[in-house]
Design a protein around this ligand. Structure first.
Ligand code: NAD
Length: 514
């Protein structure tokens, strides 16, 4: 299966993980193995970046930026439009590669490529809509405008669980904004990054702008931190754990750079007494178990009205019992493996902690006796004060809790340090609106009668509190990739000052004949 796929995507057994406009054949770094989490076997190897090859990338990105920023945005959009066409051609292959490298099921792998295509389409439209403002001036015959300029070469650090879409959220918008990019993908999914980079850099070269998209496969401490400290990169967009975000924020903050942080979530669904149970069960199962619980937006906490608790739990256990777990590339499978042994061990340790803190594992939680990192998704009945419930364990554990009053449920949902996604299932307008009001959910995403995951690209994506505060993808998320300039233009013949300040200078006349 992999031999033909690798040939079609331009992958080899040993790949260079470094592209500065063109591929650096021997980037000089250590070798990294990409592991298929469904088998535990290596898929291929990648040679990582060194300090020297990293500098070549940054030099190239700076050099390209000098011309790319002057290209009219709709022409930049044309490059992105062509990347969208190329992604359409390779959708099935890229989707399968994502499945092999991350363990997500086939339709989710292809869904991720579709998300990249959607981002291309969105960014092409945006390339004709990068708009500023005209602002009323208090001074006669003056005009104020606000305009947006390209920012520079930017750094993009991505997580393993969305190895393709998150690059597109950033890269497609940043490219039409006139920035050049340096991408450090997760060391857990380097082959997906190389396959995408092959497509993007080929199209960029054909359009006459090699060097817009650049890649450096490297590890967290050496390469990731080098980027965070590098004051040649005015923006670091980083997606990953809260631990990583704190470290990156500290380093970028120290040099007064800009960050866009998309960090962990501990997302909750509230099921009120008026909920449509059928819809709520289906919405909860996808949110809690989809991508084997490895989405930043995965539902990790379920807060159910006491009147429905027992019946809902029973229905949920029935639904979990019918889930097919197995090779993620096979039809009908809904749950693939976790990313690695450590993730599996973290899940088992979290279940142990939950038991010790008074929780009861009412379904699942056992490792499957087969190669790879497979585990049954788990349901745990819990209490809100249990310390383990406040943590993001990046695995399919759903903690189920009871509530009596809606405000109590909202308080439980807001009681964690993260603020990414949230949802309520209700048929009561007052409950829905209270949840969406300023007294309601404190998250960046708040849904009604939809689970916590599976966002569309048209909205701005991201979360509050320890999730980092960043926004990516749609709406006006593009503004972070540009620098804002306020300009005042005087088309009169006087120099009036703002706030009526008087500063009348009478220039001395030059001596006659002098
Ligand atoms: P991770 O934090 O281990 O790694 C993410 C990326 O950051 C990788 O490329 C890694 O090499 C790099 N990195 C790690 N430490 C670094 C450091 N000190 N300096 C610079 N770079 C560093 O996360 P992961 O295990 O790959 O992904 C899972 C986590 O990501 C979860 O917490 C999940 O919620 C979060 N996530 C968030 C979003 C979002 O949009 N909010 C999306 C996807 C994943």
């Amino acid at each position: 299966m992999t031999e033909d796929l690798f040939r079609r995507l331009g992958l080899a057994e040993v790949n260079s993980g470094v592209c500065a406009a063109s591929w650096i054949e021997d980037p000089g770094g250590r070798e990294l193995a990409s592991i298929n989490p469904a088998t535990g076997e290596p898929l291929g190897r990648v040679v990582m970046v060194t300090a020297k090859s990293y500098d070549r990338i940054v030099d190239r990105a700076i050099e390209t930026f000098a011309t790319w920023r002057t290209v009219p945005p709709p022409v930049r959009g044309e490059l992105v439009r062509r990347i969208g066409l190329a992604l359409r051609e390779h959708k099935a292959d890229l989707g399968l590669l994502i499945t092999l490298e991350t363990g997500k099921i086939r339709s989710e792998g292809e869904g991720e490529v579709q998300e990249m295509i959607d981002m291309c389409d969105f960014s092409v439209g945006l390339s004709r809509q990068l708009h500023g403002l005209t602002i009323a001036s208090e001074r006669p015959r003056h005009r104020m405008i606000e305009q947006w300029h390209p920012l520079g070469p930017i750094g993009i650090i991505t997580a393993f669980n969305f190895p393709a879409a998150v690059w597109a959220w950033n890269a497609m918008i940043a490219a039409v904004c006139g920035d050049t990019l340096i991408w450090k993908p997760s060391p857990l999914a380097p082959l997906t990054a190389i396959a995408i980079q092959r497509i993007a850099s080929r199209v960029a070269a054909e359009e006459g702008y090699p060097g817009v998209f650049n890649l450096c496969v490297g590890d967290a401490e050496e390469t990731g931190e080098r980027m965070a400290r590098d004051d040649r990169l005015p923006l670091i967009s980083a997606t990953g754990s809260c631990r990583m975000g704190r470290r990156v924020a500290e380093m970028v903050g120290k040099r007064l750079g800009r960050t866009l942080l998309e960090l962990g979530g501990n997302n909750a669904i509230i099921i009120t007494s008026s909920a449509d149970i059928e819809m709520a069960v289906r919405g909860t199962v996808f949110a809690a178990v989809g991508t084997a619980g490895q989405r930043c937006t995965t539902a990790r906490r379920l807060i159910v009205h006491e009147s429905l608790h027992d019946v809902f739990l029973e229905r949920l256990i029935g639904a979990y019992g019918s889930l097919s777990i197995g090779d993620p590339w096979k039809n009908g499978v809904l749950v693939g493996p976790l990313i690695h042994e450590a993730a599996l061990n973290q899940m088992l340790a979290a279940l142990e902690a939950a038991r010790a803190q008074g929780g009861v594992v009412v379904f699942g939680g056992r490792r499957l006796d087969r190669p790879g990192f497979f585990v049954e998704p788990a349901i745990v009945t819990a209490r809100p004060g249990m310390p383990i419930v406040a943590q993001e364990t990046f695995a399919p554990i759903l903690y189920v809790m009871k509530y009596v009053q809606l405000d109590e449920a909202i308080a439980i949902q807001n009681s964690v340090e993260q603020g990414l996604s949230s949802a309520v299932f209700t048929r009561d307008l007052r409950e829905a609106e209270r949840f969406l009001s300023p007294e309601g959910s404190d998250c960046g995403i708040a849904n009604v009668n939809i689970g916590t995951s599976g966002a569309e690209i048209g909205g701005a994506f991201g979360g509050e509190k320890a999730t980092g505060g960043g926004r990516e993808a749609g709406s006006d998320a593009w503004k972070i990739y540009m620098r804002r300039q306020t300009c005042t233009i005087n088309y009169g013949s006087e120099i009036p000052l703002a706030q009526s300040v008087k500063f009348d200078v009478v220039p001395r006349q030059p001596p006659i004949g002098g």
